[in-house]
Every structure is written in C-alpha cells, then in structure tokens.
Design a protein around this ligand. Structure first.
Ligand code: HEM
Length: 361
C-alpha cells in the first residue's frame, strides 16, 4: 500500500462529529428528549449545505472560463443533477423532524432564543452564489440579512458577494451563444409572426369564453397585455432595458434571447448540453422553492401564528420568501413565449450543419 492505513473512525473524524450534539435543555437541568432530534436534523442540513456549496464552487470555476469547455458543461450538468438530488432529500428530513410535535418543541424552544435559521451562514452562501441579490430579497431582509451572522462570517460573506454567481456567469455564457444573430437566417421576424398569432388566438379564446364574467375577461386581457409588453421587449433592446430597470427581467437582453433559441432548437445536437443546463437550473430553483414552502408549513405547524426566534413574522415571512427569492425567474417566464414545434422557423442548412456533431459513431 502506498499510504499509511487509516481507521474508519479517524478518517471520518467521528470523535469530533459525534461529540457535537449537546442539548441546551440538559445544560440547564431541564432535559427535553426531542432537542437531540432538532440538533441532529439541523446539523445534517448544514452538512448537505456544505456539499452543495462545494458543487456550486466547482460549477462557478468551470463557467469562469471563456469559452466554457464542452467537458466542463457536461460536468456542470452532472453536478447540478447532484445538487437537485440532495435538495430532494430535504423533504424526507422534514418528515423526520415532524415526528416532533409542537408541544415537544415548546419544551426546549425558549433555550434557543435568539438563535434562528437567519443565522445560517451556509444557507446565505448557497443563495448568493446561485445568484440571489440583496435588492431582490424581501424588503425585511434587504438591509439586514448579513447582520444576523457572526462578525467573522459577515466578513467572509463580503467575499462571497463579490464573486461572480452561477446566474451572472451563465448570463455571460449565454451572451456568447453563436448562431443567434446571423445574416442568412431571419429568425426573429418569423418568430415574431408566430408569437403574435399565438397571443391573438389566446385573446380570442378569452373574449369568446361564455363562462367568464366581464370582470374576469378584463383581468385575463390585462395579463395578456403584460405578456405582450414582455414580448415586445424581447424584440426591442430599448424597451427591454426599460423593463429590466423595473426588475421585470434579470438577465441581459442578449442572454435571454439566446436562452429562448436554446429552448426552441433544443433538438439540435449542439443545443442539448445548453438545454440541459437551463433545465437543471430551473429544477434547482423549483426544488429550493418547494423546500422553502415546506419549511414555511413546518414553521406554521410548530409555531401557529407566533413570530420566529429570529424576529420575523414566522411562517408568513417564510411563505413570502418562497415567492420572492427565486433566482432563475427569467427562465421560468420564458415559457410564455414558446411556440409549438410546428411553428418554429426552420434552420437554414448552413446553420443546421454547424449545430451537428461532426463525428458519427
Ligand atoms: C421546528 C422546526 C423549525 C421551525 C419552527 C423553524 C422556523 C423558522 C422561522 C420562523 C424562520 C424565519 C426566521 C426567524 O424569525 O427565526 C426560519 C428561518 C430559517 N430556517 Fe427554520 N425552522 C425550523 C427548522 C429548520 C430546519 C430543519 C432548517 C434546516 C437547516 C431550517 C433552516 C432555516 C433557514 C436557512 C432559515 C432562513 C430562511 C430565509 O431567510 O429564507 N429551519 N425558520
């Protein structure tokens, strides 16, 4: 053997790990049985946050290169898949924690005060390095989310904030997508006709629907107007910039147009890797949001209408955060402008050829 042998116990540093669960209720001579479960579940979450940060850092590293190597894109897709698998585990962990009843929780809740998930440095790192910006947080947290952390962690977080996020790197990568603007392919004109027709059809469906009241019709038509405004912006960079300034879009005009092309031409071999990437980023956001809702329900079940130990409105704050703290919202919203395959403008042969892999096996 090349290396000295190591014992399982030492390799996993189990002495340190297994001596890190001390119940505060016991410390104060008032032992609460379920506090052990509460501590272990939180620690397991923090371990998984560590693994997720490790994966995100490797994705950031790959996307910091320009161009992103093909193998790097495949690796990022694989690791995003791992992050999604980990996030899905979180629901099972909540199931375990919910074997603790609200009454059991009350036996030791006072000993926690004012400790709170607000103080999870790693959770903030995950949100920030994926791309959640301070200005996109709920008002309640915009100015203060970092002040909940320990002083030393606040300094470390500044470093995380200053680094490019997955969202910003993917944006730059999308901006470099070839084939989007080419002389011999008038994609945007053909595409515009198809979308305008689709929107007009939808408008007719609303207007002719006998089940809708005039009020409902007006509401739906107003939504259609907003949709059309977004679509007009997609076609016109100046309008896009105006809407982006109001927070309607996060990605640049160029990046969003590329993302749309990737979605529409995903069947072309060269688009498959990029399509996978967009789909996985959507999955990450979707599962994170599901976890946020589940956590809000857990808090409601445990606390009812009580405020959180961190001073928020409790479950209401968590519900609002689930809606507001999505990151890849532009990818979700892009679906409004997808058209049926049959209406997607055919690619000219010259471009189709470039989108194929040259080797066949
Ligand atoms: C009895 C179980 C739990 C209750 C009642 C609960 C309650 C809350 C509440 C009310 C908040 C809002 C902040 C505050 O005012 O304190 C919060 C935030 C948070 N909790 Fe929990 N929680 C529980 C379990 C967990 C678990 C198992 C985790 C896993 C790590 C967790 C992670 C977090 C995180 C990361 C935040 C910050 C969320 C954000 O700002 O978006 N919580 N929790």
């Amino acid at each position: 053997m090349k290396h000295p042998p190591v014992h399982y116990h030492d390799y996993l540093k189990l002495d340190q790990l297994l001596s890190s669960q001390s119940r505060r209720s016991e410390e104060f001579n008032d032992p609460a049985h379920d506090e052990m479960l509460f501590i272990i579940v939180h620690q397991v979450f923090e371990l998984w946050f560590k693994q997720i940060r490790f994966e995100i850092d490797s994705i950031v590293e790959v996307f910091s290169k320009a161009p992103v190597p093909d193998a790097g894109l495949a690796m990022a897709n694989h690791r995003l898949g791992r992050i999604i698998a980990i996030l899905k585990l979180f629901f099972g962990q909540i199931d375990v924690l919910e074997t603790m009843t609200p009454l059991d929780f009350l036996e030791f809740r006072d000993y926690l005060y004012p400790a709170s998930g607000f103080q999870s440095f790693q959770f903030r790192c995950v949100e920030i390095s994926l791309g959640l910006k301070r200005e996109d947080r709920l008002q309640f947290l915009q100015s203060s989310f970092d002040t909940h952390l320990q002083q030393e962690q606040q300094e470390l977080l500044k470093d995380v904030i200053s680094k490019p996020s997955v969202l910003s790197l993917v944006e730059r990568w999308l901006e470099r997508t070839p084939f989007v603007e080419t002389k011999d392919f008038h994609f945007w004109k053909l595409y515009e006709e198809a979308v305008r027709q689709m929107l007009e059809n939808d408008r007719q469906v609303i207007q002719k629907n006998p089940r809708l009241s005039e009020d409902d019709k007006a509401k739906s038509l107003k939504m259609m107007q907003a949709l059309e405004m977004g679509f007009n912006a997609l076609l016109d960079e100046k309008k896009y910039a105006e809407l982006k300034a109001t927070g309607h879009f996060r990605l640049s005009h160029k990046a969003l147009r590329s993302a749309l092309m990737i979605q529409l031409y995903r069947d072309e071999p060269i688009m498959q890797g990029p399509f996978q990437l967009i789909s996985r980023l959507l999955d990450v956001d979707e599962v994170m949001t599901q976890w946020r809702y589940r956590h809000a329900l857990l808090a409601h079940r445990m606390l009812g209408g009580k405020i959180g130990t961190g001073g928020s409105s409790g479950s209401q704050y968590l519900k609002d955060a689930a809606d507001k703290h999505k990151i890849f919202t532009d990818f979700f919203n892009l679906s409004s402008y997808l058209i049926p395959r049959s209406r997607v403008p055919a690619l000219p042969d010259s471009i189709k050829k470039m989108m194929n892999f040259s080797s066949s096996f």
